[in-house]
Write a protein that binds this ligand. Structure first.
Ligand SMILES: Cc1ncc(COP(=O)(O)O)c(C=O)c1O
Length: 409
């Protein structure tokens, strides 16, 4: 039996989509002053519900989290040529969003237990050019926000929370996305809540909200009250979400708590069982509400006696979706090693991208981190029990066939 596919489309999503189709307005945005600069009915409804849910004054919908991150870098006031500190163990656009604004990503290592940026190392990468930090609440677990905010305040830095993987997650009872200057969420199809593609920027800061709305919609005409003159206020793009995606968002946000609770229930079971095995370890801090976009744990090849990759191949052969996570630290990609972005042409700092830069990230990538993508609705506790107990009940003969069959040793 294979694991159920994701996402689940229900009657609520279909009804919402039909409402938009019947209305005939698939996108009501126009790039000039007036109500329609801020989008149509469903965009406003989704933004309103999202800001209520997260608890911020403003929520601004985008067509991806990547677009929202780019807008966030602009909106918090980072200038081209300035530096933005990011973790190297994350999805590409946490870092490329700075390059899109001709700013420079500077990588700072992560913690070995929760895989998020390590606040105690931020001082090592700080320079006169540093303007912002983007902590990622990776896999749904919060970064150490108190320490990050103290560091940011001391050094006059802006903080953009990358919450792409953590909608509904919390740090010390505060919703993720509400602690820094702004937060960014992804609704790409694999996420805890989804709109196919989509993103959201949340903030309590009116200036950030205004700037983000301009970046989203060609940068035109929201300040002037004249009719459309094609006067560009700032460099803007078309990062607008459609009414169809917003409609899916309205349906999905009403399910977010349920979907997260299901993930947490399944993950708690897996965590309890995994932590009984010497050599496997899942860590969640007590102060954090983890929403388990993915279930990540550490693997000790010496204690287990085989390599991480062989272990993953064996699990996959049992039908359990499993991987070694992100392939390599971002800075070891040619984009960084060979400084292939325009941003570097007018940059006066000393950013370094080389092997050995962030040793914890490197070891996690090479051999220590394992990701399971099974703790999500509609999988059940029974499925988790099968995952955990079934391999142990195989006979020696079955085990040999299952493990040596599909795997290249
Ligand atoms: C940590 C992180 N940041 C940013 C993104 C970008 O999201 P999107 O695909 O919506 O652009 C992702 C997407 O997977 C992500 O995981």
């Amino acid at each position: 039996k294979s694991f159920p596919s994701h996402p689940i489309i229900g009657k609520e999503e279909i009804d919402q989509i039909m409402e938009v189709l019947k209305s005939g307005n698939i996108s009501t945005f126009v790039a000039s002053r007036g109500d329609n600069f801020l989008g149509g009915k469903k965009i406003k409804e989704f933004e309103g519900e999202f800001s209520n849910k997260i608890g911020t004054k403003y929520a601004i919908a985008f067509n991806s989290a990547t677009a929202a991150l780019h807008a966030a870098v602009v909106a918090v006031g980072v200038q081209p040529g300035e530096e933005v500190v990011v973790p190297p163990y994350t999805f590409t656009s946490t870092a490329t969003s700075s390059l899109m604004h001709n700013a420079i990503p500077v990588f700072s290592d992560v913690k070995q237990d929760i895989f998020c940026i390590d606040p105690s190392k931020l001082e090592n990468v700080h320079s006169d050019l540093t303007r912002a930090v983007i902590p990622v609440h990776l896999f749904g677990h919060a970064s150490d926000m108190d320490e990050i905010m103290i560091f940011a305040k001391k050094n006059n830095l802006r903080v953009i929370e990358d919450c792409a993987q953590s909608p509904g997650g919390q740090y010390k009872n505060k919703n993720l996305g509400t602690i820094g200057d702004c937060g960014v969420f992804s609704f790409q199809e694999s996420k805890n809540m989804m709109t196919g593609e989509g993103g959201m920027l949340v903030t309590n800061d009116e200036d950030i909200a205004n700037a983000a709305q301009m970046v989203r919609n060609h940068g035109e005409m929201v300040i002037s009250n004249k009719n459309r003159t094609y006067k560009s206020e700032i460099l803007g793009w078309n990062y607008r979400m459609t009414e169809l995606e917003a409609a899916l968002g309205v349906a999905q946000i009403s399910k977010l708590d349920f979907l997260n609770d299901e993930r947490i229930k399944l993950a708690n079971f897996v965590a309890r069982e995994i932590n009984k095995i010497d050599g496997l370890k899942h860590v969640k801090y007590d102060s954090v509400k983890h929403v388990y976009y993915a279930f990540a744990f550490s693997f000790d090849e010496v204690k287990i006696g085989i390599s991480r990759n062989l272990f993953c191949e064996a699990l996959s052969a049992e039908g359990i979706p499993c991987s070694g996570g992100y392939v390599k630290p971002l800075y070891l990609n040619p984009l960084y090693l060979e400084k292939r972005a325009f941003a570097y042409k007018h940059y006066s700092g000393n950013v370094k991208y080389e092997k050995g830069l962030c040793p914890i990230s490197e070891i996690l990538h090479d051999k220590e981190l394992i990701l399971l993508e099974i703790c999500r609705y509609p999988a059940t506790l029974k499925d988790m029990q099968d995952v955990y107990f079934r391999p142990a009940t195989l006979t020696a003969g079955e085990r040999e066939v299952r493990i040596t069959g599909p795997i290249r040793l």
